[in-house]
Design a protein around this ligand. Structure first.
Ligand code: AMP
Length: 193
């Protein structure tokens, strides 16, 4: 079973992707995590991506598409995967459709975690304050997080109509508790809703 989780930074995608991974034996594929690993390892991709990520901008489509294409071919993805943070542009969504068709793979659920923008800002400020206290991620400062939210609105939100127009978009209330969001995702995944 292959799933895409969509939603702005701070909506809780990563948390829910981890839960789906544990519950259904799927693999969480977070392009953000993969890029951070490439930065830490000092690979060629990492060197190119670092400055872009630090500014909260998007790494070029072909870079992330290539990373995902290689990753889904790995044996641990045979039960299925959850895409977390990918696709992030309409071009990536189109490339993903082509890629999966070429590989004979299917996309079973495209799920948006819908959140209220004001509440999201509050979460973002909180995350930034936590990061400032004990830095976890270089891009978790308030300014960069705001920039990432702008980038989401401008470049990523247009993929919602891309999937909606094709009758593939499902939604859950991302403002509910972690448990409740988990239940809503379970209904979709197990009920095919
Ligand atoms: P994330 O952990 O998903 O919030 O991603 C952190 C950063 O990695 C983003 O702000 C982007 O700079 C970069 N990134 C992650 N996924 C993508 C993607 N699908 N396309 C372009 N850039 C990405």
């Amino acid at each position: 079973m292959n799933i895409i989780l969509l939603g702005p930074p701070g909506c809780g995608k990563g948390t829910q992707a981890e839960r789906l991974q544990d519950k259904y034996g799927l693999v969480q594929l977070s392009t953000g995590e993969m890029l951070r690993a490439a930065v830490a390892a000092g690979t060629e991709i990492g060197l190119k991506a670092k400055a872009i990520m630090d500014e909260g901008k998007l790494v070029p489509d072909e870079v992330v598409v290539g990373i995902i294409s290689d990753r889904v071919d790995q044996p641990d993805c045979k039960n299925g995967f959850i895409l977390d943070g990918f696709p992030r542009t309409v071009a990536q969504a189109e490339a993903l459709d082509r890629m999966l068709a070429d590989k004979g793979m299917e996309l079973h659920h495209v799920i948006e975690m819908v959140v209220d923008e004001d509440a999201l800002f509050a979460r973002i400020e909180k995350r930034a304050a936590e990061a400032a206290a004990g830095q976890v991620r270089a891009d978790d400062n308030a300014e960069t997080l705001r920039k990432r939210l702008d980038v989401y609105r401008e470049q990523t939100a247009p993929i919602l109509p891309y999937y909606r127009d094709r009758g593939r978009l499902k939604q859950v209330d991302g403002m509910a508790t972690i448990e409740e969001v988990g239940e809503a995702l379970k209904d979709i995944v197990e009920g095919g809703k």
